[in-house]
Write a protein that binds this ligand. Structure first.
Ligand code: ZN
Length: 148
């Protein structure tokens, strides 16, 4: 990756950390809290599903820049998606951040800003926290999920 591209990606992360999108509670909605004990990230992901579509999705909580930016980018990406497509995206995101470094990561548009975390195993858990919670929300599991 060129350093320009890396800078751009860092900007995306910093921007979403500073001004997280969809950063509010949703009511009524399914919600699941995700907790990453390694870093202390604690996020609640809300989703309102109507029929087979994710009508609205939001999150609240506190955590490091990676966890918040990842949650923010995630809510932007999955809002309005069919549930099956959202679950597919969760899988593709998981693959992207856990694929071996050196191999090309899948291109997930803006979400590719987070591909760099695969170089830092500790950070993978930060990046993936909100996605674990979303998967649980979409499966309608009202419980706390952990990255452990
Ligand atoms: Zn973190």
């Amino acid at each position: 990756m060129s350093s320009d591209l890396q800078e751009l990606y860092q900007e995306v992360i910093l921007d979403h950390n500073k001004r997280p999108r969809n950063f509010h509670a949703l009511d009524p909605a399914r919600q699941v809290e995700g907790y990453n004990p390694l870093c202390g990230d604690r996020l609640t992901v809300y989703a309102r599903v109507e029929g087979d579509r994710v009508q609205d999705v939001a999150f609240l909580g506190s955590g490091c820049a990676i966890s918040k930016a990842s949650a923010s980018l995630m809510t932007d990406a999955v809002k309005g998606m069919r549930v099956a497509d959202a679950i597919g995206l969760i899988d593709r995101f998981h693959e992207m951040v856990t694929s071996p470094s050196g191999e090309p990561a899948g291109d997930l548009g803006k979400l590719s800003a987070l591909a760099g975390v695969r170089e830092f195993p500790m950070r993978v858990k930060c990046a993936i926290l909100a996605w674990h919670a979303l998967r649980a929300v979409l499966a309608d599991h009202a419980e706390t999920v952990s990255t452990e």
